[in-house]
Design a protein around this ligand. Sequence first.
Ligand code: NAP
Length: 228
Amino acid sequence: MNRKALIVGASGGIGSALYLQLRDTHRVFAISGQTQEFPDWFVSDYSENSLKEIAREIDCRFDLVFICNGFLHNESHAPEKRLSRIEPDAMHTSYERNVVIPAMVLRYFYNHFYRERPTVCALLSARVGSIGDNRTGGWYSYRCAKATLNMLVKTSATELERTYKHLTLVALHPGTTQSALSAPFLRQGSHRWVSADETAQNLERVATALDPTDTGRFYDWRGEPVEW
Ligand SMILES: NC(=O)c1ccc[n+]([C@@H]2O[C@H](COP(=O)([O-])OP(=O)(O)OC[C@H]3O[C@@H](n4cnc5c(N)ncnc54)[C@H](OP(=O)(O)O)[C@@H]3O)[C@@H](O)[C@H]2O)c1
């Protein structure tokens, strides 16, 4: 296949749905912490050395890139509703998976973007990372980390637009989606949510409708701009 895609975090709810969907139309490369017997599937511990080595091994450029890594909660950490619940370890984990790893992926893979034809690179953010849209507070670590991810997108898009003139680098809010990350909150029934397959369709539709004039911006799953 002529077109090539990269999915980072390809075993997650949204990442795996994107991986399976894009295989119909692209040669899809995957980076994941999980092992799979698929071609072009690279297992990583997401250390800098691992990402650097995989970037060296994958000797091609991509039409489409989705960076899907993220962290909201685990067995010992729930999203913090109050300042008094903030714990350094959980906040570090949130920054590591929501910001540092996506930043390292950009660092080692931006030279896999095309210079002479379009590449679209989407980093999965979240509407709760919007400072302007924050009306309810809470979820400190996740909100702070996604707001930082948004700044990463804006700053790297500003740098790269000078040399990668056909690049569209954006933050995307996927919408509330059934996955391990969202599961505890779907039970509370406060949001409309959709399957990861539906989200993957939405994200591909939005990403492929964007062009380089959209680079450095934040969009939701409908293609509507989200305020920073
Ligand atoms: N689900 C929602 O409602 C929703 C809403 C707004 C935004 N988002 C964002 O969408 C993205 C995908 O979320 P999801 O719903 O698919 O959640 P998920 O199923 O929990 O997936 C978690 C993601 O993080 C990666 N990951 C797991 N362990 C990791 C580690 N130790 N270090 C680095 N990365 C690790 C996974 O990739 P591998 O296991 O392949 O390594 C996977 O891509 C996240 O950025 C999330 O913040 C989701």
